[in-house]
Design a protein around this ligand. Sequence first.
Ligand code: FAD
Length: 474
Amino acid sequence: MLDPSVIRDLRKIVGPANLLTEPEELTVYSYDATRLTAVPDAVARPATAEEVSRILLLANRKKFPVSPRGAGTGMSGGSVPRRGGIVLSFERMNRILEIDEANRVAVAEPGVITGDLQREAESRGLFYPPDPASSNFCTLGGNVAECAGGLRAVKYGVTKDYVLGLEVVLPTGEIIRTGARTRKSVAGYDLTRLIVGSEGTLGVITKIVVRLVPLPERVETLAAFFGDRGAALRVLPDTTKKRIVPRTFEFVDGAALRAAEGYLRTGPPSGAAAMLLIETDGSADSASREMDAIEAICREAGAAAVRRAKDRSEQALLWKLRKAISPALYAIKPVKINEDIVVPVDRIGAMLGAIDAAAARHGLLIVNFGHAGDGNIHTNIMIEERERAAAELAVREILETAVRLDGSISGEHGIGMCKSAYLPLEVGKDALAVMKRIKQALDPNTVLNPGKIFIDPERGAFDPSSGRGTGNAE
Ligand SMILES: Cc1cc2nc3c(=O)[nH]c(=O)nc-3n(C[C@H](O)[C@H](O)[C@H](O)COP(=O)(O)OP(=O)(O)OC[C@H]3O[C@@H](n4cnc5c(N)ncnc54)[C@H](O)[C@@H]3O)c2cc1C
């Protein structure tokens, strides 16, 4: 519980209308897409970096936790205020401050919805490529904090490849600027890269400078359906051999496809064992030429059906199927344990084989889909509540395999509170110790987003039986 004097001070900083303390208001800020919940003592909605700074100075003086929150679409419990205290919400810091067309740079506040920035850039012939599937409802601040990836990473990279500079309020209240507005800058340590992906534990992001690229003239979209998963998996290496880099290369397995088809009631199910959703972009000529080649590769690999979108509405229809998978999976079983492993692309087959083996060993249904073009597979263990213990055993085996295959336990969702017990698996004890020393140096009183990334010394490791995956998330 926060001291009443803290509530009074917070009210003075953000104004009475922007300090929420009513239980029904607090509930709204208590969870993210994992559906893990912890109710904060208060929610502050600052309007400036200076207000954020004053809040953090107060937090250090009075020793209360501060958890930054964008839109709460995170998949690892990152914004959930595990130790109570206050949630810092950026809904008032939601302006696109500048689109600098001459330098192809945008400057935005952290509460901007990613899709709004994409659309604003596109209206000027420019392109902000990072594209998490949640782009219409997640924030740029959350993307930077998680280093969000998404659908176009295969060709364009992830959020860290676009962030040029940041304004950051350190946990101890200082306001710093990192990076520059230029492509080049090697002045000192790269603090921008340190903050990107730090999951709201090293600083509060209050301004973001990103680079933009020219908007591609044309996008081609194709869906290919296969009776055999192995055949679908051959398309990516064959595409690489032709030196084509599609902008999107999504893989959907048969169970996920059936669920989405049933959910959308699209008519008779395709009966496919796998679907690929592929996009190329570039000049009108190159995008079409590359997609012609990919279409031929799909047919040679044995695709049972290939659908190539003729216009934007057909593109939207194909994407509708892919985007329906998340909610559709709940028709299979009530609990979804979502993992986010990534492996080098030539090991996707080995990874999926290991996942099948884990499913068989533990008698579980595991459904896979995701951004196969960059090796990032969303592995969904669909369970009844009573299967949770078996599911957690499978999770460990799957994460161990991803690391053994030179991959990562999280491609884009972050460690948050769900995966801290597994982090040493990947980074080892010495690198983990360095990370902890960085956290300690920047946040000596552990006020900023405690209980995330590292096992919480106060609360212990995340308890897998605490209800993860019972909601309607990715
Ligand atoms: C349907 C669905 C699809 C998704 N698809 C993808 C995908 O394709 N790719 C992908 O990468 N992710 C995806 N996600 C996960 C999620 O949308 C991303 O992690 C996103 O970046 C989170 O943004 P947010 O604004 O919701 O952040 P939140 O969930 O509110 O917070 C996420 C983290 O960022 C921190 N944070 C937020 N704002 C700030 C700030 N201003 N300063 C410091 N720290 C801050 C929080 O403390 C927390 O640790 C998906 C989620 C859903 C529900």
